[in-house]
Design a binder for this molecule. Structure first.
Ligand SMILES: [Zn+2]
Length: 308
């Protein structure tokens, strides 16, 4: 399938005016080279009504949305498509309240769940790792408990960020919540996010020592001019992340849901130079049919960190 997406909101409204049109798009994204039965692998099938497909190999009925982020939703695909357009066409994204208003949804909960499902789709399955020169650093996110020195970190989430260098500028990024600052957590994130053989630049934290498979550029804190950072790119990313969390979402993000917001920030950041908003819509739609469904319970109570 060549990259085929609407360029403007008018094109989007026109093209995805019916459920049939939305389903046809979902089918084309899922099976760009033609239908393949998920159960028996047969390529022979009959099209049925309501976008269902009957496999001629095993006689199983397959729906356009089964096994995608849209599975089991009571909302029309048209609403989902509008939500995807809205989320990707706004530079900083939207809050659940904003989405509820613009789509005219009956409940905040519905808008909230939609947004979180879409955020799950913002991580591309099997995405490639960063490479070249990559800065890695950690930061905290959460409420300040002023005056309770020594317990400051208890209400805070630890977030680790990797930023690839692109000359003086920032290339792609990756970020994750981590449970602690142990060697296992730090090295685990690097292994998952950075291609072996790359140069990894970190601060002098001891837990980064013994990094195997990488060139480790350890920047030990020395006297430096005010405002000068040893890891300028990753610090820039962290400050943009915090500004976004505070701005678009008023900082009202529980630690349990932070992962989903990190996904969204990363998705946006890595595509910030994309000239076409329609292309972001296309990427999101493409990924929405590739990631497994996220039932409501898994959105409300996400698995503990480190569990994947
Ligand atoms: Zn089959």
């Amino acid at each position: 399938m060549i990259e085929d997406y609407p360029r403007t909101v008018i094109e989007m409204e026109k093209r995805f005016a019916t459920e049939e049109a939305c389903r046809a798009y979902v089918l084309a994204l899922r099976w760009p080279d033609g239908f393949v039965c998920p159960r028996c692998g047969s390529r022979r099938a009959w099209s049925m009504s309501r976008g269902r497909i009957l496999c001629r190999g095993c006689r199983r009925q397959v729906s356009a949305t089964a096994g995608t982020i849209f599975q089991d939703s009571h909302l029309p695909l048209r609403t989902w498509f509008r939500a995807m357009w809205h989320v990707t066409s706004q530079k900083n994204g939207v809050s659940a309240l904003g989405l509820q208003g613009v789509l005219g949804l009956g409940s905040y909960r519905t808008a909230w769940a939609m947004l979180h499902k879409l955020r799950r789709a913002m991580v591309r399955p099997g995405r490639d790792r960063l490479s070249g020169v990559v800065e890695v650093d950690e930061t905290y996110w959460g409420s300040e408990e002023e005056g309770v020195i020594g317990r400051l970190t208890e209400d805070k989430a630890l977030v680790i960020v990797a930023a690839q260098a692109d000359g003086e500028r920032i290339g792609r990024i990756r970020m994750n919540r981590i449970p602690d600052l142990t060697k296992a957590s730090l090295h685990g994130f690097i292994a998952q996010s950075v291609q072996p053989g790359s140069t990894v630049t970190t601060d002098g934290l001891n837990a980064y020592l013994g990094l195997e498979g990488y060139i480790h550029d350890r920047q030990v804190q020395r006297a430096q001019a005010a405002g000068e950072h040893l890891l300028p790119r990753v610090h820039r990313v962290v400050s943009l992340l915090k500004r976004w969390l505070m701005g678009t979402h008023q900082g009202a993000i529980g630690q349990d849901h932070l992962d989903d917001y990190l996904n969204e920030f990363t998705f946006r950041f890595n595509r910030r130079t994309s000239r076409s908003r329609g292309k972001l819509f296309y990427r999101l739609a493409q990924q929405a049919v590739q990631v497994p469904p996220a039932p409501y319970d898994s959105l409300v109570k996400p698995p503990p960190i480190g569990g994947g």
